[in-house]
Design a protein around this ligand. Structure first.
Ligand code: PEP
Ligand code: MG
Length: 325
């Protein structure tokens, strides 16, 4: 099996006919995960969840501590890119070092970029650490839980002020660092055309996008049958995001579980998705699916899926097309 894994690792993530090449990246939680990412053939980190630095402790991580972690990931992955997501705390993830209010609906509450835009002291320290790390590899910055254009502009203003500070202090960083946002709230998916003018890339967080668009708690077992990645509404949102990003000349990835879901991959590929980011161990399987299809076939599959009104028919169609006998 290891031999087979190695063989797949060396092959490019492209369609059978060579008409379409995509980027397969890994989701990581700590710099230690870079090793497994590279072993599985990842050509980058599409999502570095930075929460680990902040959780299970009673004080906030210092700029230096964060810088070391981000730098380690950037250096290990170089020359491949590492997308560092700014703090996505709140919802189910509490921060012991920070007094978090009890909320009626924590998943609709004070979390992620909302918290960061209120607590700019915390946000700036993280942005300084990320920018400093950008000098040591190819780093990209990504804001989570964006719901409006205003939030992106506010976050970018803070980023600009941090850049100015670093310049004044003579600290080196990559001034061209790309900035993207997660599309995981339906409002953001609907105004993708407007958001595309503000950023360098999109990454669709399907875990939350599905939860919010179908109003189904992603953790609640009792309603897990409603949690449907192939719900036509979810597919329409994803298609809109990819189409609008391409019209604006930027790219779109998926960093939710859907990117590693073999049933969903042919559709995402056919819709023109540019980057798939998943747990490292899924990369070889996904690469095999991509390499088994021509781009034309993938586009046909996506086209058919977009016409279907339930996911059971979509799954049956995909299974039929992947193994016609
Ligand atoms: C997502 O929502 O799809 C995502 C990748 O972010 P997280 O799972 O960390 O909420
Ligand atoms: Mg999310």
């Amino acid at each position: 099996y290891l031999q087979e894994l190695k063989a797949v690792k060396e092959l490019p993530p492209e369609t059978r006919d060579g008409q379409r090449r995509v980027e397969l990246a890994a989701n990581i939680g700590t710099p230690k995960d870079c090793k497994g990412a590279l072993e599985n053939g990842a050509e980058g980190v599409g999502l570095f969840r930075t929460e680990f630095l902040y959780m299970d402790r009673t004080s906030l991580p210092s700029e230096e501590e964060q810088f070391q972690a981000y730098r380690e990931a950037a250096e290990k992955m170089a020359p491949y890119p590492v997308i560092i997501r700014t703090l996505d705390i709140g919802g189910d993830k509490k921060l012991p070092a920070l007094e978090m209010p009890d909320e009626m609906n924590p998943f609709l509450g004070w979390r992620a970029i909302r918290l960061c835009l209120d607590r700019t002291d915390i946000f700036k320290i993280q942005l300084r650490a990320i920018l400093r790390a950008s000098y040591f590899g190819k780093v990209r910055i990504m804001y989570p839980m964006i719901s409006s254009v205003k939030e992106v502009r506010q976050a970018n203003q803070i980023l600009d002020s941090v850049k100015t500070e670093l310049k004044e202090e003579g600290i080196p960083f990559d001034d061209q660092v790309e900035v993207g946002i997660m599309i995981e709230i339906p409002s953001a998916a609907v105004i993708a055309d407007m958001l595309a003018k503000e950023v360098d890339f999109f990454s669709i967080g399907t875990n939350d996008l599905i939860q919010y668009s179908i109003a189904v708690d992603r953790m609640n077992e009792r309603i897990s049958h409603l949690y449907d990645p192939l719900h036509p509404a979810v597919l329409r949102l994803i298609k809109n995001v990819i189409d609008e990003s391409h019209k604006a000349g930027i790219w779109t990835g998926v960093c939710g579980e859907m990117a590693g879901d073999e049933k969903a991959v042919p559709i995402l590929l056919g819709l023109g998705l540019d980057e798939f980011s998943m747990s490292a161990s899924s990369i070889p399987r996904v690469k095999k699916v991509i390499r088994s299809l021509s781009y034309k076939e993938a586009k046909e599959i996506a086209g058919q899926a977009m016409e279907m009104d339930d996911s059971e028919s979509i799954i049956a169609m995909i299974q039929q097309r992947l193994s016609p006998n």
